[in-house]
Design a protein around this ligand. Structure first.
Ligand code: PLP
Length: 403
């Protein structure tokens, strides 16, 4: 016995007495029903789990807007779902075009290269949406078999808003389109079938307002046909989508499923269906626009121009003498609100995903943000910002439940 018992604190010593409000780029606050479900463990191969999985798949059909049966889950972060989509569809010498707007879209390119693909990157200028003409040219020149793109680039808050047109272009060139919708799914329209998308990736902890660690991928029939005809089995056993169908389609064993996380995801998805997608999109849009108006009324600037801007995560440009780290620490220590820095540009980011889009959370976050800048010596008008937020919310339709 050389290794002594460590002295550890209890969680109640470590965690703050009152939880911090999670207004960063994920994870986001979860509804009570999701938290309760996450505390339950059941048999992962029993009849109850089979019913839960069946319902998750049918709710995924609605939320992804696809009739494809090829929905599979993965025990892992959004990145595991990204890797599941990429590694199943890309192998040695597969021609891949990766549209790179920033950190996460470049991660897709990295994964494709590690899977053996010949990857060409289409680098989109910082803070902009990809242009259709640039994609058209790249498709003509490279004839890629696989194209990867993000709907929302969370890292710098840009939005590729022409996915329908991009889907059509890709099909004209016979390609397979992989879309990362980790931060955007259920916060804004995404029509997998109508837009001819072949793989949609999502995580739990962002738009869906579930817990991190359980993620979903939906494959089209075309993508599934490619997966079924792979020249060799893929090296990653856990991420093999065909093996995943053992659990997701045959109620049998692949690996021990993350039962609690799946129950939580079920509840999160049930709440999306209950709200309905149109009303959920409207809630997200109204809240994000109102928050953006409030931030601008403070006297601050948004990082991305309106035509390229993502609404699911709002990026705020920082004055030159201020670091994201200082802002995030101050707002957390003094106002008990968590916001995010960034992996590149000098911005702070406030999420507008799932439960973050509630009026009371907006008021608290905007007030905390304004006071933080004021405390740090930036001249901002907090009262004007709060009034602007209220006015903007008033202007949005009264039919949506913002509380
Ligand atoms: C957060 C995010 C990811 C990665 O999700 P993890 O759960 O952190 O692995 C990937 N893509 C986008 C667009 C994201 O916002």
């Amino acid at each position: 016995m050389h290794i002594p018992i460590p002295q550890v604190e209890t969680l109640s010593d470590i965690l703050p007495e009152e939880p911090l409000l999670m207004m960063g780029a994920g994870p986001v606050p979860i509804p009570e029903a999701v938290a309760l479900a996450n505390g339950i463990v059941i048999n992962h191969l029993g009849e109850t789990m089979a019913r839960v999985v069946h319902q998750i798949k049918s709710m995924a059909g609605y939320i992804f807007q696809t009739a494809s049966p090829w929905v599979v889950g993965v025990a892992g972060p959004g990145s595991a779902a990204m890797e599941m989509a990429v590694a199943n569809l890309v192998w040695k010498d597969t021609r891949v075009l990766s549209i790179c707007n920033g950190f996460f879209s470049s991660r897709l390119a990295e994964m494709a290269a590690r899977s053996g693909g010949k990857v060409e990157k289409l680098m989109v200028p910082e803070g902009e949406s990809v242009r259709l003409d640039d994609i058209r040219l790249a498709l003509e020149q490279l004839q890629p078999e696989i194209i990867t793109i993000v709907q929302g680039e969370t890292s710098n808050t840009t939005h590729n808003h022409q996915l329908a047109e991009i889907g059509r272009l890709v099909k004209e060139h016979g390609g397979i389109l992989i879309v990362d919708a980790v931060c955007t799914l259920s916060t804004m329209p995404l029509q997998m079938d109508e837009w001819q998308i072949d793989a949609v990736i999502t995580g739990g902890q962002k738009g869906l307002s579930s817990i991190p660690g359980v993620s979903l991928v939906a494959f089209s029939e075309l993508a599934w046909a490619r997966i079924s005809q792979r020249p060799a089995v893929m090296p990653q056993w856990t991420l093999d989508a065909r093996l995943a169908t053992n659990f997701w389609h045959k109620a049998s064993y692949h690996y021990t499923a993350p039962v609690s996380g799946l129950l939580a995801l079920h509840e999160a998805m049930r709440l999306v269906c209950k709200e309905t997608l149109p009303l959920r999109f409207e809630r997200h849009l109204s809240c994000s626009k109102a928050l953006q108006a409030g931030i601008q009324a403070l006297g601050l600037s948004l990082y991305v121009k309106p035509e390229h801007r993502l609404n699911s995560v709002v990026g705020i440009a920082l004055p030159e003498n201020l670091s994201a780290k200082a802002v995030c620490k101050h707002i957390s220590d003094n106002y008990r609100v968590e916001i995010a820095g960034s992996f590149g540009p000098s911005i702070v980011r406030i999420g507008q995903m799932g439960e973050q889009c509630r009026a009371h959370n907006l008021f608290r976050a905007l007030h905390a943000l304004g006071c933080t800048f004021k405390d740090l010596g930036v001249s901002v008008d907090v009262a004007k910002a709060m009034a602007e937020l209220e006015n903007a919310l008033q202007r949005s339709k009264s039919s949506i439940a913002l509380t």
